[in-house]
Design a protein around this ligand. Structure first.
Ligand SMILES: [Zn+2]
Length: 130
């Protein structure tokens, strides 16, 4: 019958980011709501990947969702993983295309096909007709 201490509300003035015990930012002025997050950029270990997180309402919301369960977090991390994979593939394509372009330019330059006035490249120069 004891009250559940699953989620103990942090003390007032303490950052509410999960697992953070830093004091929240001081209030900017005499009025207005007191900040509930410290605003520190903290590097966390996420599956072996260091991730820098600035403690604010949005990052705390995301972190709580991640901690709540894998069912919601998998739906959230998959698009990011897919986007990273896609970005890597696009980058590889761009690098390959740049390499091919450089190779083609070298071939054309060696064959004399690339000139400042490309239209005359395959025509005899006017001096030949005289
Ligand atoms: Zn914090």
């Amino acid at each position: 019958m004891e009250p559940s201490s699953e989620a103990v509300p942090p003390q007032a003035g303490t950052c509410r980011y999960p697992g953070c015990g830093s004091p929240a930012r001081p209030r900017g002025g005499q009025s207005g709501a007191r900040p509930r997050y410290c605003g520190n950029a903290v590097t966390e270990d996420r599956d072996g990947i260091p991730v820098t997180v600035v403690h604010d309402a949005m990052t705390a919301f995301r972190r709580r969702r991640e901690l709540d369960g894998d069912t919601s977090s998998t739906g959230e991390t998959r698009p990011v993983t897919a986007a990273i994979t896609r970005a890597g593939a696009i980058r590889d394509d761009a690098v390959a295309a740049a390499g091919q372009l450089a190779a083609q330019l070298d071939i054309h330059a060696a064959a004399g096909h690339v000139r400042s006035d490309g239209h005359r490249a395959e025509r005899p120069s006017p001096g030949d007709n005289l």
